[in-house]
Design a protein around this ligand. Structure first.
Ligand SMILES: [Zn+2]
Length: 199
């Protein structure tokens, strides 16, 4: 693939008004925005947030998501228990939504982030086009990531309706929120222009 970037030409592009300047320039003279040829520490930030998300994915799935107390008897359940419960009670749609939102989607996003980091770190520019496509996908689904927390809230409302139960969110809810937020920050910190740099 043959192309020349701002970096190859010793230029810097203003991402706000599309003007180009010599690389030494720090402020766009046209729109006063800060000029950055590439985001600083982009890779380090993306890597750090990705690692945090990977670590917290374990407590999110292993620890208690919901603690249901009925007449003094406490029953703790994990995300997986919730999926099994909804599957057994034939609420297949809810079971599938929780399964995707809490297990498939976070793992998919983390795999994409690793792919982006690998492509950039080892200058695999032939993978850049594909990597950019996946970046767009995870950026899009990032907006829907909190769906799982909404599902838990919905479950709480549903179970409490007509039951003498007291329900609280467990530590897994906090861990899951950390996963979602860290993944979003990892995605936001990533400068896609780095994918196309040949060195
Ligand atoms: Zn500008």
């Amino acid at each position: 693939m043959s192309y020349k970037s701002d970096k190859d030409l010793g230029l810097v592009l203003c991402t706000h008004c599309n003007s180009v300047f010599k690389v030494e320039e720090k402020i766009c003279t046209k729109c006063n925005s800060e000029l950055k040829q590439r985001e600083e520490y982009s890779l380090v930030k993306t890597l750090s947030f990705t690692i945090v998300a990977m670590i917290f994915l374990f407590p999110a799935n292993i620890l208690t998501m919901m603690d249901v107390t009925t007449l003094g008897v406490s029953e703790k359940s994990t995300i997986l228990d919730g999926i099994v419960y909804f599957f057994e009670t034939k609420s297949y749609l809810i079971a599938i939504v929780i399964f995707f939102a809490s297990i498939i989607v976070p793992i998919f996003k983390l795999l994409v982030l690793v792919y982006l980091l690998y492509t950039t770190k080892y200058n695999k520019t032939y993978l850049a086009k594909n990597a950019t496509k996946y970046y767009r996908i995870i950026k899009f689904i990032g907006k829907w990531s909190m769906i799982d927390i909404f599902v838990v809230a919905l479950m709480i409302v549903m179970v409490q309706f007509g039951n003498l139960s007291n329900i609280t969110a467990g530590p897994a809810a906090i861990a899951f929120t950390v996963v979602v937020v860290s993944t979003m920050l990892a995605t936001e910190s990533f400068d896609t222009r780095l994918l196309w740099d040949k060195d």
